[in-house]
Design a protein around this ligand. Structure first.
Ligand code: PSU
Ligand code: MN
Length: 305
């Protein structure tokens, strides 16, 4: 018979709540692996201010020395981002990383899971992960998609990252039963690109209407919703230019596989585009935090007592 005597105690998340304030979950992979070094902390400070301006509460999520934290303090986040090695945790490797007492950034998938366990209903990010290109050679699909199908959280994003097979990702969201709700858009945005050939399931021009739908959907199905809005117009990247950059970045990162793929592609693009993809990325994340805060406040205001 197996001896479980030495099984370590499971690490329960540290959850910081503020009574009466709606929370917006934020991920740490974007801060640690999606931006050039040194840019994560200033973005986090900015996102906090945007969310606080709506009287909502930012809840940055990550794993510090094996302890998942929902609502990192500024000091914890500073400490976290200064670590020489920060793992990338999705819903599959989150458990093992906690067990090993690692320090790990959470992707959308792991953030959604931890947010849901803390009762948080809304999260903001840049672009969702999805189906990578060359699916016929190697099936690489982000755990983000399955997480949305599993947990009652509304994720606000600029669609899925344009480095992906956007049309296939959109199909898979449908297969998984994740409603895609556009804010001021009828087409599915693609991160740096304003739109794609895919569509949304419904479109609203008011955060309160999105909140009314999401609140009901999350409660009645126990599953998630994807809310999408296009990148702010002045930062949108022209499709022709984008295709050149993407082809070049794909060639430069052809040898990269698995979890390293997304960070490598984003980093290469920031360099090739002379920072244009980086400013677009920062602008769209800020806009998503702003919309997420408005939705969170509306959901909380209408929650049954
Ligand atoms: N959005 C951004 N930059 C990022 C990411 C999202 O603007 O770096 C991260 C998110 O954490 C997302 C992850 O969950 O990329 C997807 O990685 P993968 O393709 O390995 O699942
Ligand atoms: Mn992957």
């Amino acid at each position: 018979m197996a001896n479980h005597q030495h099984a370590p105690t499971p690490r329960t998340p540290t959850v910081r709540r503020v009574a009466g304030r709606a929370a917006v979950a934020l991920e740490t992979t974007l801060l640690a692996h999606g931006l050039p070094a040194g840019q994560g902390l200033p973005l986090a400070v900015k996102l906090d201010a945007i969310i606080e301006a709506h009287s909502a509460r930012p809840a940055t999520i990550g794993v510090l020395d094996g302890v998942p934290i929902v609502g990192m303090t500024h000091d914890e986040l500073t400490e976290f981002l200064s670590r020489p090695r920060i793992e990338k945790a999705n819903t599959a490797n989150l458990g093992p990383l906690i067990h090993q007492r690692a320090t790990a950034a959470t992707t959308v998938s792991a953030t959604v899971q931890l947010a849901a366990s803390a009762g948080i209903r809304v999260m903001a990010t840049g672009g969702l992960g999805g189906v990578h290109h060359n699916m016929h050679q190697r099936l690489d699909i982000s755990a983000d998609l399955a997480a949305l199908a599993r947990h009652p959280v509304a994720v606000v994003s600029s669609g899925v990252k344009a480095i992906l097979d956007v049309a296939s990702t959109r199909e898979l969201l449908e297969t998984l039963g994740v409603p895609v709700i556009g804010y001021n858009t009828d087409t599915f945005p693609a991160f740096y690109l304003t739109d794609s050939e895919s569509s949304v399931d419904a479109s609203y021009d008011n955060p309160a209407d999105i909140a009314a739908f999401a609140r009901h959907h999350l409660a009645s199905t126990g599953r998630g919703v994807l809310v999408v809005q296009p990148v702010p117009a002045e930062h949108a990247i022209e499709p022709h230019l984008w295709h050149h950059w993407l082809t070049e970045a794909q060639a430069a990162t052809a040898a990269v596989q698995g979890r390293a793929t997304t960070p490598a592609l984003l980093d290469t693009l920031h360099r090739i585009s002379d920072g244009k993809t980086l400013s677009a990325n920062l602008a769209l994340v800020r806009a998503n935090a702003d919309l997420a805060a408005q939705i969170a406040v509306e959901i909380a205001a209408n929650a049954s007592p």
